[in-house]
Design a protein around this ligand. Sequence first.
Ligand SMILES: *Cc1c(COP(=O)(O)O)cnc(C)c1O
Length: 401
Amino acid sequence: MHTFPDAKAVVRELAPDEPVILNRPHAATRAARFFIEKFPGKPLYAVKANPTPDLITTLWEAGITHYDVASIAEVRLVRGLLPDAVLCFMHPIKTPKAIAEAYHQHGVKTFSLDTAEELEKIVEACRNPETGEPATDLRLCVRLRVSSEYSELSLASKFGCDLTEAPALLQLTRQHCDWLGICFHVGSQAMSPFAFVQALDRTRAAIAEASVVIDMIDVGGGFPSIYPELEPPPLEDYFQIIHQHFYALPIAYNAELWCEPGRALCAEYSSLIVRVDKRRGEELYINDGAYGALYDAAHVAWRFPVRALEDDLRDPVQDFACYGPTCDDADYMAGPFALPGDIKAGDYIEIGILGAYGAAMKTGFNGFGNAEQYVVTDEPMASLYDGSRQRPEADNVVSLR
Ligand SMILES: *Cc1c(COP(=O)(O)O)cnc(C)c1O
C-alpha cells in the first residue's frame, strides 16, 4: 500500500475521481496497546467492525491474540491471515455446517449461545466424526441480554437470554464443557461506564441463581470512540469500574475477564476522502454516502469530523448537509458538517473517524462501491489515545456521568 503524509498529499498527487480510504496503522497499534496495557483482562478484536486484512495483521503485531468472529467467512478470513490466533465464534445463532467447519478445520473452541437449541447444535456439530464422541475441549459462553440504555446503538433486543432463562441454561451448558463463560453486549458507543455496572449486576444475579462455576466473564464491546458531540469519559474510567465489579462476582478464583471492542480499536484507523460533485445552497453532493462508508452518517444521523482539503477556501465555516452519489433520496447525511462557506464542486473533503463500521459497510449499489486505500502517517482527526484525554495516574476518581 502506497504511503502518503496526509490527505492533502493524496489529493495533490492523485486528484482522485472516486472516494479514497486512508488508513493509519499507527492509530490502530496505539489503540491496541492501550487496551492490552490498561484493560484489566484480555481484549479481543471484534472483526465485524472492520475486517480489512491489513488492520487485522496490524492488531496482531500490536499484541491482540484473540478475535471475535461472527460468521464462517470471518473465521476463514482471520485463520487465513493469522494461523496462531485464537478465534471465538461469538454469534449466538450459527449454522451446524459453520460450527463444524470452525471446530474441525479452523481450531475454534469458543462458541457463544443463548438457547438450549444452540447448545445442542454446537455439541452435535463438534462430535468426533469417526467415533461420535462428544468434544471435551469446548469453551462455551452464555450470552445474557442486558440493557442498551447508555449506548448510541442498541444491541439489546436481538440476542441474549433473559434473567429468567439464564440460570437453567448456565446449568445445562456447564454439563457440556469444562470452561464456562458469560458474555453480553451493552450496545455500541456506550457513553457512560455505568452501562457495564448494570450488565455486571445482572451477571451476578444470573450466577447466584444458577450456582455454577464460571470461568470467564466477557464484557463485550461497546467501548466508545470520539465523534463530534459524542465525547466520552476516559476509557480508564470504564476499565476501572469493570475491574471493581468483576472482582465482586461469585466466580472461580482464577476466572478470566475478557472484552471484545470493535469500534474502540479501529475507529481512528480510517478516514475518507470524498469530492464535492455539485453544490446546491447548503447541500453538497459528494461521491460517497449511505451505501458506502457513510452508512451511519445516513442511517443513524451520526456526525463525523470533517475538513476541507483545499488551501484557497477563505470563508468562515457554516453547516452543510450532504447527498451521496446514488439515485436515492435516502442517500442523505444530515450532519451538520461544518465546512468553509465558499466550498464548491470539485473540492475535496476528508471525513474522519470512519474506521469502525465505515469502510466495512461499503456496497457496490448503483455502481459506486470503489475506493482505493492508502496509508497516511498523520494523526486521526480526533483521538482517545494520544494522551490528551487520559486521566493523570494519580487521579483515580471515577466519574459517573
Ligand atoms: C459488534 C459486536 C462487538 C463489537 O462492538 P463495538 O460496539 O464495536 O465495540 C463485540 N461483540 C459482539 C458480540 C458484537 O456483536
